[in-house]
Ligand binder design. Structure first.
Ligand code: NAD
Length: 250
C-alpha cells in the first residue's frame, strides 16, 4: 500500500546522494508523497528533486537562518498550499574533544541541529493542517543516548539530545491539535556524513560488533521515518525510535 498518498512533505538536508534525507525523500515519493527537498545551495536540491520525481521540488535553505527557513517554506506553500509532514534531518558533525570545541564549533553544530529543527518547525507549523494526520519526524542520533560512539563530538551529542527534549515538548504542545511529533535515533549509517573521515570499510568493521552484525543503510532509516510520518503510527507521539541494529539496547 502507498502510505503517503497525496501528502505534502518537507525533508531538510535531503539532497546528498547517499544521505538519510535523500533516501527518505525517495521512499516517501514512492509512497505517493510530493516532496520538497531542502538543502544548502552547494548540494543542488533541485537536481536531487529532478531525480526523485513525482512532483518533487528542490528549495535552497540554510536551516541556521530563520528568515531563510520562512522563505523556503513560503515557496513550498505557494506551490502546494500547505505542508502535512516535516522531517527535520539536516545535520553535520565534528569529531572533537570537549576542550577543543570552540564557540564557532558550538554555534555551527547546535545551530544546524537544534536551532535548525526549532526554526524549521516554526516556519512549517503555521501551514500544517490541524486534526488531519499531520506529523513531524526529527532525526536525532544514537550519540544523544550513548554519549557518542558514532562519530560526533560532545557538542553534537548535546544538540542531538536537545532534539529529543524538543520532540517531547512539541508532542505535548501539538498533540491536542492532531499533530504527532516523534524522533528517530539512527546508529552508524552508511552515508557520507563524516565527509570521508570515517571510510565505509571502518563502518563495516565497527558494525561487526553489533547484534545485527553491520551498520545501517540510509533506506532503513527512511523506513523508520516513513512509519512515524504515516498513519501506521497514528497513536504514537513523543517517542524516540532506535534504529541501530542493537548497537545500543536500553
Ligand atoms: P549527510 O551529510 O548525507 O546529510 C546531511 C544533510 O544535511 C546534507 O545534505 C547537508 O547538506 C545538510 N545540511 C547540513 N547543514 C545544513 C544547513 N545549515 N541547512 C540545510 N541543510 C544542511 O549525512 P546523513 O548521515 O544522511 O545525516 C542525516 C542526519 O542523520 C543528520 O541529522 C545526522 O546527524 C543524522 N545521523 C547520521 C548518522 C550516520 O551514521 N550517518 C547517525 C546518526 C544520526
Amino acid at each position: 500500500a502507498r502510505l503517503l498518498d497525496g501528502r505534502r512533505v518537507v525533508v531538510t538536508g535531503a539532497a546528498r546522494e547517499r544521505g538519510i534525507g535523500r533516501a527518505t525523500a525517495a521512499l516517501f515519493a514512492a509512497h505517493g508523497a510530493r516532496v520538497a527537498i531542502l538543502d544548502l545551495a552547494g548540494e543542488a536540491p533541485q537536481a536531487a528533486a529532478d531525480v526523485i520525481g513525482n512532483g518533487a521540488i528542490g528549495v535552497v535553505a540554510d536551516v541556521t537562518d530563520a528568515a531563510a527557513c520562512r522563505t523556503a517554506i513560503a515557496e513550498v506553500v505557494d506551490a502546494w498550499g500547505g505542508v502535512d509532514v516535516l522531517v527535520n534531518n539536516a545535520g553535520l558533525t565534528q569529531r572533537r574533544g570537549l576542550l577543543d570545541v570552540t564557540a564557532e564549533d558550538y554555534e555551527l553544530v547546535s545551530g544546524v541541529i537544534l536551532k535548525g529543527t526549532i526554526q524549521m518547525s516554526q516556519a512549517v507549523l503555521p501551514h500544517m493542517p490541524r486534526g488531519a494526520a499531520s506529523a513531524i519526524v526529527n532525526v536525532s542520533s544514537l550519540s544523544a543516548l550513548q554519549g557518542g560512539g558514532v562519530f560526533g563530538g560532545p557538542h553534537y551529542c548535546a544538540a542531538k539530545a536537545g532534539v529529543l527534549g524538543l520532540t517531547r515538548a512539541m508532542a505535548k504542545e501539538f498533540g491536542p491539535q492532531g499533530i504527532r511529533v516523534n524522533a528517530v535515533a539512527p546508529g552508524l549509517t552508511m552515508t557520507d556524513f563524516s565527509r570521508g573521515a570515517n571510510p565505509d570499510a571502518n563502518k563495516i568493521e565497527a558494525g561487526k560488533a553489533y547484534p545485527l552484525g553491520r551498520p545501517g543503510r540510509p533506506d532503513e532509516m527512511a523506513q523508520a521515518c516513513l512509519f512515524l510520518a504515516s498513519e501506521m503510527s497514528s497513536y504514537i507521539t513523543g517517542v524516540t525510535l532506535d534504529v541501530n541494529g542493537g548497537a545500543f539496547i536500553h
